[in-house]
Design a protein around this ligand. Structure first.
Ligand SMILES: NC(=O)c1ccc[n+]([C@@H]2O[C@H](COP(=O)([O-])OP(=O)(O)OC[C@H]3O[C@@H](n4cnc5c(N)ncnc54)[C@H](O)[C@@H]3O)[C@@H](O)[C@H]2O)c1
Length: 363
């Protein structure tokens, strides 16, 4: 099959759909990959890296897009709509519930659009193509938090690990799922004092097996949140209620009670955030100060580390890409996880969650 890898066009998006090593696997399986020139440069992969892996470099967007299977990272932007076509499979993050215009266009053009974020392992509720990005965002949350705690960055000048004779910084993590657990690993590694709050007691029990007494595990209710957050140096929002907006767990009043220069990193900002005073920011302007507290709310945190993110994403997407390349849309009949990823096919909106958001677009 002919597979196209266009260069991403979204602002500050440096990831790329396939790494050179993934291209090599596809080439070894008899497929031809057309990579738009410089598509991988932001992630650290040159055209020569791709050529060595067996790809063909093309100099126009059209030449990358005009293929049976197009593998990307982010959703197509308006300028790319003209490249979408019937008899084509598009495999990428789509987040259609937040994008009516794109949903309408995908229905109109007849493409088979498979969204990474809705590929779901049957019977497990696991979203295997979201997990790698949650791992990265969780780990980055402490890295960014530590940076913005520095005085010159607007923070209160606390070293998370402390030093002998001076107590460490306190990291409070709301939500002990994938993001929260990875954040805790890094915070513990830095030597911080760490608390995780979650409403799922089974998850808390699992976290105890992971961290022992090194992390304080608390049931998440308003009293415990209030007590934990007031003297947090770094607060990390990592809650998720699937399919819903994140619950607001930290009110403006509670933020006011935090010490000036404390830092909030709300990873759950992509679902609306769990802190009342937090709004989305960008990699270009990642933080602002409100009620004396530094707020960080970048919704695409993994974009900060495209070399790592591209490879982590590829480790999870490649088996699906290979099946699509080998079987075309017949892969949807044999792979239930992939079938769950289909959002639009044959001019119809087929994903139940997106159907709920746009009932008028259901045929
Ligand atoms: N900003 C980014 O770049 C980025 C990247 C990846 C993921 N995310 C987002 O991070 C959030 C967390 O993702 P995840 O993969 O860790 O989800 P997850 O499902 O693995 O974990 C969420 C956890 O939140 C807990 N929770 C639910 N309600 C709670 C409450 N009231 N108090 C405390 N805990 C509660 C759940 O029990 C669960 O353990 C999601 O919104 C996800 O979209 C953002």
């Amino acid at each position: 099959m002919e597979i196209g890898i266009p260069k991403e066009t979204k602002d500050q998006e440096f990831r790329v759909g396939l790494s050179p090593s993934s291209v090599r696997v596809l080439q070894e399986n008899g497929h031809t990959v057309f990579v738009e020139t410089q598509a991988g440069l932001g992630a650290g992969f040159t055209d020569d890296d791709y050529t060595s892996a067996g790809a063909k470099i093309v100099t126009t967007k059209e030449a990358a897009w005009n293929r049976e299977l197009v593998v990307k990272v982010k959703e197509p932007l308006a300028a790319e709509y003209k490249f979408l076509q019937k008899e084509q499979i598009l495999f990428t993050y789509l987040h259609l519930a937040a994008d009516r215009k794109l949903t309408e266009h995908l229905i109109d053009c007849g493409v088979t659009a498979i969204a990474y974020e809705t590929v779901e392992q049957p019977g497990s509720n696991k979203l295997p193509l979201l997990t790698p990005m949650s791992i990265i965002a969780g780990r980055l949350s402490v890295q960014f938090g530590a940076r913005f705690l520095e005085r010159q960055q607007g923070g209160r000048g606390v070293l998370l690990g402390g030093v002998p004779g001076v107590k460490p910084g306190k990291v409070v993590i709301l939500g002990g799922g994938v993001v929260g657990t990875e954040a805790a690993k890094i915070a513990v590694g830095m030597g911080a004092a760490v608390q995780i709050l979650d409403v799922n007691v089974e998850r808390l029990a699992y976290l105890e097996t992971l961290f022992g007494s090194r992390v304080e595990l608390l049931y998440s209710n308003s009293a415990h949140i209030e007590a934990a957050v007031k003297d947090a140096d770094l607060l990390i929002g990592a809650v998720l209620v699937p399919g819903r907006r994140a619950p607001i767990l930290v009110s403006r009043n509670l933020v006011k009670q935090m010490r000036p220069g404390s830092v909030i990193v709300d990873v759950a900002v992509d679902q609306g955030g769990c802190v009342e005073t937090l709004h989305a920011t960008s990699h270009t302007n990642p933080v602002y100060i409100e009620e004396g507290v530094v707020h960080y709310g970048v919704p695409n945190m993994p974009g900060a580390v495209p070399w790592t993110s591209t490879q982590a994403l590829n480790n999870s997407t490649l088996p699906y890409v290979l099946q699509l390349a080998n079987l075309g849309i017949k892969a949807l009949a044999t792979n239930q996880a992939l079938a769950k990823g289909v959002n639009v096919q044959d001019h119809r909106l087929v994903h139940p969650a997106v159907q709920e958001v746009f009932p008028d677009l259901v045929a």
